[in-house]
Write a protein that binds this ligand. Sequence first.
Ligand code: C5P
Length: 425
Amino acid sequence: MELARVPVHNGLMTPDRTQSVPRRILLGVTGGIAAYKAAELVRCLREQGAEVQVVMTEAAQQFVTALTFQALSGRPVRTDLWDSSAEAAMGHIELARWAQLVLVAPASADFLARLAGGRADDLLATLVLATAAPVWVAPAMNRLMWANAATVANIATLTTRGIRVLGPASGEQACGEIGFGRMLEAQELADAVFATELEGPLRGMHVVISAGPTREPLDPVRFISNRSSGKMGYALAEAARDAGARVTLVSGPVALATPSGVARIDVETAAQMYQAVHATVGAADIYIGAAAVADYAPAACATQKIKKHGDIMDLSLHKAPDILASVAALSPRPFTVGFAAETCEIEKHAREKLIRKKLDLIAANEVGVERAFDRDENALLVLWSGGQRELALKSKSDLAREFVLLLAERYMLSRAQRVVEPLAS
Ligand code: C5P
């Protein structure tokens, strides 16, 4: 089959290099003249495709306004643990979970002391205690404050707790003195962020995901399609990327932005999706067929708009290629995962598909006008040979993260079995 020419979009300039770098950065700004450099830092981080949420301490707002950071980061700045409207939008625990890296720049002597003391007396200090993400600090202060035994002891405490200290550099200080205490330059800090590899259960793997609906043209203005929004497939792409994978998304027509760091190939028809998947899946470790692919397509596409005639019109449809089954039939093949949208007897139909299409894993969900399609929430029943697990109703992005953890677990087990089986035979 001749390969269709399909456009490729990259969320980042260099997707291979930056697949598992931190992408959601919580930037803490504390009180010091170097706060102005943090404004430049936001720009450097965003330039590389990162999302930046700025959290300022009260003292930081004496140096730079929250409005500056809001304009540069494109997000409202968080300053207060007790701001009920901000908390309603994203509570501080959610914010702590959202972050893939917490970077405090500049970190004042006072903030380092509060951190070393384990305090939770403002929003930023609380977030540092509540996050599972790596915490980095870029100190900035007068050279004598930096050299003071109290600061030295605090830095030692923070380092032993796994907090990474970047800088400070030596040079001329705002107070006119010369010595150690200058915050590293914005670009140096941004370079350090993007030189970091996140740990993740899919680290180093290539995952190909198909998402969204397909459109099967009847004539130049009409097509047959379905209600799929692509939200689940896109959430899976983000979750796989965050788990460390290099992700290629083969997407039907959807109204969703390309997740940063993900390579996207746009297609319309099932035949184009088949071609694009097979062009990329050869070297992939995992294929996830999350697209709602047409089962049947018009036998022919009329070259001119079909005219109205008579009361009944018959359409002749031909079977579309089954992409998922064709990937599962490859040898060698990637770990092959299907999605099953069912309107009844979910488990029975999904297990039948798991066996018939020779899949490693299938995730089934109930669909209907009020369920799953174009919704922000979903629930899944995940089945494999000899087991199953229910993933309860939650946002598609949380569900995708949970699903990717399960996928990584099943993938590792299947690869371990491949090694053991030849030894046993
Ligand atoms: O058999 P059914 O279409 O319900 O199976 C759904 C699964 O098969 C999904 O993972 C979907 O992406 C995939 N599929 C496919 N090619 C088709 C039809 C479905 O890859 N033509």
